[in-house]
Design a protein. Structure first.
Lengths: 734, 564
């Protein structure tokens, strides 16, 4: 385990703590922290980026990244001094190539987004609040990246969720969109998506937090199973249990077959490990908005667009992917199969929905869900099919171009005075050419045009998925097929987005006539990000068909034991051959799909409308397309199902039922609280009612036995004394 | 450095002295009616709190499972009656919590204008009772302290409560008395059925190791090392007839052989103690007094109720039910764990649909206290530590929530969740503190609530208690998974309530001009909030105090499982 000595021990800790200290300071300053607070944040984050760069370069050694591990401090300990099973939970920081790169990307993007926000939110009423919330989020996100153990990851996991909760609810007093006349006035008759959504920011933040908690439940359960098995292993093998959940200890226990000796729920050995892995993956599904926990992310777009750009597009939602990569040595082939199926379903389901969204941010939101599914599909292919490198590679390329696309969306929404309905945009390319150009770069990047970044990273994912399908056979071809289909859909909906917004005639003069490119410092952020959409940046080669990347070497280094499984990133020679074949096939297929998807969008939304044919409206009524349109526009019915099943059924319905069994009906409670109407008919049975009936019996006995005494309390005390005396006598005799 | 005994006596007696002072006829000055009682109460509670914190600081500085501040005053030696004071780290931390809650409650009572002197006198008496429960190690004074706090609480609700205060107060009284009367019977029965010449028992080496004095005595008894033929060395002692709880804890095996009717006395005894304390915790189905009491009680009394009184139940489990009848606790461990999980999940579900803010917070208390029972049942060092940490941190968190509900009730005179909306606009600081308290209660990492929950869940997953009780070895792991599901419901009911009260546009015009938190309200909230954050970031503040005691109990239970 080579470790880098060129990284000062204090630096990563300083990078972690600077944002939270800044956040605390700005929070304490309140509204006094006006514009200087914003610029303080930008400067702090830029310094963090410089530090991250120093860390990254310090660990670099001939294209590899050496490991780095801080000292650890005890945080929670119980029972470590005795023979009974106990554990110690410590905190520490650890980096490998993936982490060091992620550190740079998080701080770098955060700096640019903060810079952009100083323009985007400069006349917002609660401007200073945004910056402490954002800094707090960055702290938690960096904590996930730097964590050296499962528990600290879980802690920071919840805290990024809190940061997201804060920022989604930034405009806390905004009403639900359905009640908002401003938004209703601008709504197109066929509008679907966020504009149609009934959620207010308050609703959206609640939904995001609770949906994430469903995933966190699995995460916590997975941690509990892991901690139990690893503690047993430590006790049996004499391994110190003071840092029980560190990656090193957990992976050593896994490698030593610790799970083979334990059993839970009828599962043992690898099956038990699968269960723990799937539990942790459930947490990743929540954060990374994987089907069936994906529904919170599109609603999270109620937050400021700049917050969406980094939290709900580039970093936090990618934390799930990062986590899966982190615990990769724990994931069994069965667990990876689950990951690949969930990823494939997510990427397809979300891509279908994105095709009919009429909200600029809505398209991007579902596109993010879809791309996160891609990453999971890649990771699920398994290390031996090159899936780990592919999934992480797409995580990084996607982070940069999706962040940029969201900043473009922010420019467009700002230019259109808060409107985000694609139906009212059009012709914006003439008014804001630079934004249009940068957006096009992002669109081409996500579509995977040769020469652009996703051409390389998406290709790697699909090639890995194909190899995995060959290895697994049978039904395992379905995830690959869904991934391929999604490639075509992605090109369609992204090109549709760009064409509707930037080309064609001006559809609503009211909305677009003030539009212009943003201020220079915001433009700077866009222009800095644009080059990262190019493939050459990632592969280090101008040849678009080069499939190897410097990233592979960076990740492959046996750094600090994290990703050091044999063949984890660089596949064996035999598989290189299979991967090469897959690459060629996938490149051809993806290029055909690119032409088909983007071409259809261009024809339907640009070429035909320019000739006076509203092709989109006609297609919406033509049977096979109309069915697909309904499925897509109704979001596959998932939201309606959840509302009926979980919100109204299992949540409110069951809660009301239990409450009435417990304390009784609202009428009974109103009466007991001192209001309500006179009782006309007996209450339905309830626990509290039954107890009242019991006390009435006691009261009757008490009043019968102590008829001379009138005071109620005296009666009870007397009765109690009497009963006591009798019982004591019995106890003495018996 | 003041010696621990003085600190302990001060912590218990300061409120008592304050209460008695307030019984004296007051001077005829105008300030004597309102200001004087408040000042006396605040001073008494501050003295008590400072003493309790100093005592707890001693345990923080040198952690250990030993008993400190012991005081033994013979009372009626013929019956083995003696006043025995003393605390371990668990009792010390709960005593410190009690002192803090007492100070906060006095500050939060500023709105009381009716019979101020009587109110504060009763409040001090109540706090003297709760402190007494934590401070004592003999059953007689434990019982007296237990009853002493009952009547003041009854009167505080019945006189200063809401519209239906008498109904709620009576319900509180009947529930609690039903539990404690049986405990009195048990105490007397067990005392008089102990043979007068004493009982020779085997002693847990862990107890000797952790709690024996330097002179080799344990709880004042001579411990002998004996080596029966063919068996390993073991400790034995002769336990006299006494009311001392520590002596009783050595007799656990004796009571398993004593019959009461067709049952073993140990089983009946555990059931009685369980009922006495389960009412206080409260464990479903003995919880329905709690929502009524909270809804009717004035804010400060709710704060004491949630902050301290519920913890007495957990402390009773820890100090009496489990040590006196450990074998029974192990036999029923899984059932008790299930009851804990039912508390966690069912109460959270019920809380979801509560429209009264106080009732919602009351059910959240029921839900969170389920972790305490589950942790004790799981019987590992981590789980028991978690259970006790949860008792302390829930005291801080629920007190904060009830104070916050009181803040809005003082301003608008109702507590209906659906009668608010958009309060974050006019009252941003209040909204922030409310969110902080909700997140603390929801077990957000970095705040205190997380520490107890994660310890209980992780400790429960590795618990051997199910195997001890003869259930499948998996049983407690399922309970850990089920308890982990509580995180979903907790977030749902608290944040949904927050959303309806605070977000969106202001729904009622009369709420637009509501004043934000006042200085006095800040003073009550700030210490609780600071401690919540501090414990969440650095849990050792509490775990150093409670872990040794928890570990001793866990080791004792493990020993009992092997020798019984």
């Amino acid at each position: 385990m080579p470790a880098s000595a060129a990284i000062p021990a204090w630096l990563p800790l300083a990078i972690l703590l600077a944002p939270v200290l800044t956040a605390a300071f700005l929070l304490a300053c309140g509204r006094r922290a006006g514009h200087w607070g914003a610029w303080l944040s930008v400067a702090m984050m830029a310094a963090c980026f410089a530090g991250s760069l120093a860390v990254f370069l310090g660990g670099l050694d001939q294209g590899h990244w050496l490991g780095w591990h801080s000292s650890t401090v005890a945080w929670l300990a119980a029972g470590t001094t005795s023979a009974t099973p106990g554990f110690g939970l410590s905190l520490g920081l650890q980096l490998d190539g993936m982490g060091a790169l992620m550190l740079m990307i998080v701080t770098g993007l955060a700096t640019l987004v903060l810079l952009f926000s100083t323009w985007y939110l400069h006349d917002d009423r609660d401007y200073p609040r945004f910056f402490w919330m954002f800094d707090f989020f960055c702290f938690a996100m960096l904590g996930i990246v730097l964590s050296d153990n499962l528990l600290m990851t879980f802690i920071c996991w919840e805290l990024v969720g809190l940061g997201s909760y804060f920022l989604i609810g930034y405009w806390y007093d905004k009403p639900a969109v359905a009640d908002d006349t401003f938004y209703q006035g601008m709504k197109a008759p066929y509008a679907t998506g966020i504009i149609e959504s009934k959620l207010s920011p308050g609703d959206a933040q609640l939904k995001a937090f609770v949906m994430n908690r469903i995933g966190d439940f699995g995460f916590l359960a997975g941690i509990a199973i892991t901690a139990w098995v690893v503690a047993g292993w430590c006790a049996a093998s004499g391994h110190p249990a003071t840092h029980l959940l560190s990656w090193d200890t957990v992976f050593a226990a896994v490698a030593d077959g610790a799970f083979a000796k334990a059993s839970f729920a009828g599962l043992t050995g690898t099956d038990l490990l699968t269960l723990a892995g799937v539990g942790i993956f459930l947490g990743a599904m929540g954060k990374s908005a994987q089907f069936p926990l994906h529904t919170w992310l599109p609603d999270a777009m109620q937050g400021p667009t700049t917050a969406s750009s980094i939290i709900h597009a580039a970093t936090m939602v990618a934390a799930g992917v990062f986590l899966v990569a982190r615990v990769y040595p724990m994931l069994t082939p069965d667990a990876l199969l689950v990951v690949s199926w969930i990823g494939a379903m997510t990427c397809f389901i979300a891509a279908v929905i994105a095709c009919t969204q009429w909200d600029f941010k809505g398209v991007l939101a579902y596109s993010t869900v879809s791309q996160l599914g891609y990453m999971m599909l890649g990771l699920g292919a398994g290390a031996l099919a090159g899936g780990l490198g592919a999934g992480i590679g797409h995580l990084f390329t996607h982070a940069l171009f999706k962040c940029m696309l969201f900043l473009c969306a922010a420019s467009v929404i700002h230019a259109c005075a808060g409107h985000q309905d694609l139906g009212r945009m059009g012709g914006l390319a003439r008014r804001m050419p630079i934004t249009a150009g940068v957006t096009l770069v992002g669109v081409l990047a996500i579509c995977g045009l040769p020469g652009f970044s996703a051409f390389w990273s998406k290709d790697a994912i699909l090639a890995s998925a194909q190899v995995a399908a060959q290895q697994r056979g049978g039904l395992a071809w379905i995830p690959y097929a869904l991934g391929l289909a999604t490639a075509g859909l992605t090109c369609y909906y992204m090109m549709r987005l760009w064409v509707r917004a930037f080309l064609g005639p001006e559809r609503d003069h009211h909305v677009t006539h003030h539009a212009h490119d943003p201020w220079p410092r915001a433009l700077l952020a866009l222009l800095v990000l644009a080059p990262f959409s190019l493939q050459a940046v990632w592969t280090g080669s101008l040849n678009p068909f080069a499939t190897h990347s410097w990233l592979d070497h960076l990740l492959a280094a046996p750094s600090a034991g994290l990703l050091s499984m044999p063949g984890a990133v660089l596949p064996s020679p035999a598989l290189t051959e299979a991967l090469h074949h897959a690459h060629v096939q996938v490149m051809i297929a993806a290029s055909v799909l690119l032409v088909l998807g983007a071409g259809t969008a261009l024809v339907v939304f640009w070429w035909l409308p320019a000739r006076g044919i509203d092709a989109a409206a006609r297609l919406r009524q033509l049977p096979p397309f109309s069915w697909a349109w309904t499925v897509s526009a109704r979001l596959w019915g998932i939201e309606y199902l959840y509302d009926a099943l979980f919100v109204r059924g299992l949540g409110k319905g069951a809660g009301r039922g239990l409450a009435e069994v417990d304390l009784g009906t609202p009428e009974r409670l109103a009466r007991l609280d001192g209001g309500g109407s006179r009782q006309t008919e007996p209450d339905p049975p309830s626990l509290d009612g039954a107890i009242d009936a019991g006390t009435r019996l006691v009261r009757w006995i008490g009043s019968a036995g102590n008829a001379l005494q009138s005071g109620r309390i005296n009666a009870y005390v007397g009765a109690a004394a009497l009963v006591t005396a009798v019982l004591v006598a019995l106890a003495l005799v018996g | 450095m003041i010696d621990p005994t003085s600190l302990l006596v001060t912590a218990v007696c300061a409120p008592l002295v304050g209460a008695l002072l307030l019984w004296l006829p007051p001077p005829r000055a105008s300030w004597a009616a309102g200001l004087l009682p408040r000042a006396v109460a605040l001073l008494a509670m501050l003295v008590s709190a400072v003493a309790a914190f100093a005592l707890a600081a001693g345990f923080y500085a040198t952690p250990g499972a030993d008993l400190r501040g012991e005081l033994l005053l013979p009372w009626y030696p013929a019956w083995g009656m003696a006043l025995h004071l003393g605390v371990d780290g668990v009792a010390a931390s709960l005593l410190a919590l009690s002192g803090l809650i007492g100070v906060v409650a006095v500050l939060a009572s500023a709105g009381i204008s009716n019979r101020v002197r009587a109110y504060h006198s009763l409040l001090l008496l109540l706090m003297a009772g709760t402190n007494g429960v934590f401070a004592t190690l003999d059953w007689v004074s434990f019982y007296i302290a237990w009853e002493v706090m009952l009547i003041p609480m009854f009167l505080l609700i019945a006189i200063w409560g809401g519209e239906q205060r008498r109904y709620a107060a009576l319900k509180f009284l009947l529930y609690t008395m039903a539990g404690s009367v049986l405990m009195l019977v048990l105490m007397l029965g067990m005392h008089f059925r102990t043979p007068a010449e004493g009982v020779r028992v085997q002693v847990d080496p862990a107890q000797v190791e952790a709690q024996a004095r330097p002179d080799g005595t344990l709880y004042g008894l001579r411990v002998e090392q004996v080596a029966p033929a063919g068996q390993p060395l073991r400790y034995e002692a002769v336990v006299p007839r006494s009311f001392d709880l520590l002596h009783h804890s050595l007799l656990w095996n004796h009571w398993r052989g004593v019959a009461l009717g067709s049952w073993a006395l140990a089983g009946v005894g555990f059931l009685v103690l369980y009922l006495a304390f389960a009412v206080k915790v409260p464990v479903i189905p003995f919880h329905t007094w709690l929502p009524h009491a909270h809804v009717q009680a004035p804010t400060a009394i709710s704060v004491i109720l949630a902050g301290i009184l519920l913890k007495l139940g957990v402390y009773g489990f820890y100090r009496l039910a489990w040590p006196l009848f450990p074998a029974v606790a192990l036999d029923w461990g899984f059932v008790l764990g299930v009851l804990g999980v039912v508390n966690i999940l069912a109460a959270a579900w019920i809380a979801l649909m509560q429209d009264d803010l106080k009732r919602l917070v009351a059910y959240s208390s029921v839900s969170h206290m389920g972790f305490c029972l589950l942790g004790l049942a799981a019987a590992t060092p981590a789980a028991i530590s978690g259970s006790l940490v949860q008792a302390v941190t829930h005291g801080l968190g629920s007190a904060m929530l009830f104070l916050l509900v009181g803040v809005i009730y003082d301003r608008v005179h109702h507590r209906r969740v659906n009668g608010f909306g958009g309060l974050a606009g006019p009252m941003p600081r209040y909204a922030g503190m409310f969110l902080f308290a909700c997140l603390g209660a929801a077990g957000l990492p970095g705040l205190a609530g997380f520490v107890g929950e994660v310890l209980v869940v992780l400790g429960c997953a590795q618990s051997p208690a199910a195997a001890w009780a003869g259930h499948g070895a998996d049983a407690f792991r399922w309970l850990a998974v089920a308890a982990a599901a509580g995180v979903i419901m907790t977030a749902a009911y608290l944040l949904w309530m927050y959303k309806r009260v605070f977000t969106g546009p202001v729904r009622h015009d009369e709420h637009r001009a509501l004043p934000d938190l006042s200085a006095r309200e800040w003073a009550t909230l700030a210490p609780l909030a600071v401690l919540t954050l501090a414990i969440g970031v650095y849990p050792a503040l509490v775990t150093r105090l409670v872990a040794p005691g928890a570990e001793l109990l866990a080791r004792h239970l493990a020993w009992v499982a092997t020798v019984r």
